[in-house]
Design a protein around this ligand. Structure first.
Ligand code: IMP
Length: 180
């Protein structure tokens, strides 16, 4: 059943499940014979990581980073701060950064520069969503789940003011939901 605050569903639960299975297969082929360190960017990407990791057949380890992003507003500030760093060393390892959504790209640009300086064997990005025509900085993102229109979306890890992360689909909020 659709949540009363959701105006429309952009990506359904079935579509997400199917696409994650495809991404998992593609990643497993690309990293055949290797081990991968999956690095999820908290908090939004945690749900995507949980499902994606289970579709990858090569050995994976997981780690997490937290960076500051929007607070409860819906505009990118461009100010990025590391709130939680990795527990693992990444030098010489194959690192796959997992993002929920690529919007302006400012967050990832900062993160990738930071991680690259630690000399991983490889460094790639998988994002569940990418906003069409929105990237302000060029990011090389090897795996993209879905391109979505430039609207504020919630669900499957994505929040508005920490709400709606548990919706099993990606949807657009009704304007009234912003007023609570
Ligand atoms: P960027 O730095 O502009 O690419 O922003 C990336 C981060 O902003 C994402 O990891 C999300 O946490 C957040 N974000 C961007 N767009 C949305 C959206 O439509 N819904 C929810 N969060 C978003």
């Amino acid at each position: 059943m659709i949540h009363p605050d959701i105006e429309s569903i952009i990506v359904s639960e079935d579509e997400i499940r199917q696409r994650i299975a495809e991404l998992g297969a593609e990643i497993s082929r690309d990293y055949a014979g290797e081990r991968i360190l999956l690095v999820a960017v908290l908090r939004g990407a945690a749900l995507f990581m949980a499902d994606l990791a289970r579709q990858i057949t090569v050995p994976v380890e997981i780690d997490f980073m937290a960076v500051s992003s929007y607070g409860s507003s819906t505009k990118s500030s461009g100010v990025v701060r590391i709130l939680k760093d990795l527990d693992e060393q990444i030098e010489g390892r194959h690192v796959l950064v997992i993002e929920d959504i690529l919007d302006t790209g400012l967050t990832l640009k900062y993160l990738l520069k930071n991680l690259a300086s630690r000399k991983p064997a490889s460094l790639e990005v998988v994002t569940l969503l990418s906003k069409e025509g929105k990237q302000r900085v060029p990011i090389s993102c090897k795996y993209i789940g879905f391109s979505v229109p430039d609207e504020f979306v919630v669900g499957f890890g994505l929040d508005f003011a920490e709400r709606y992360r548990n919706l099993p689909y990606i949807g657009v909020l009704r304007p009234s939901a912003y007023q609570d």
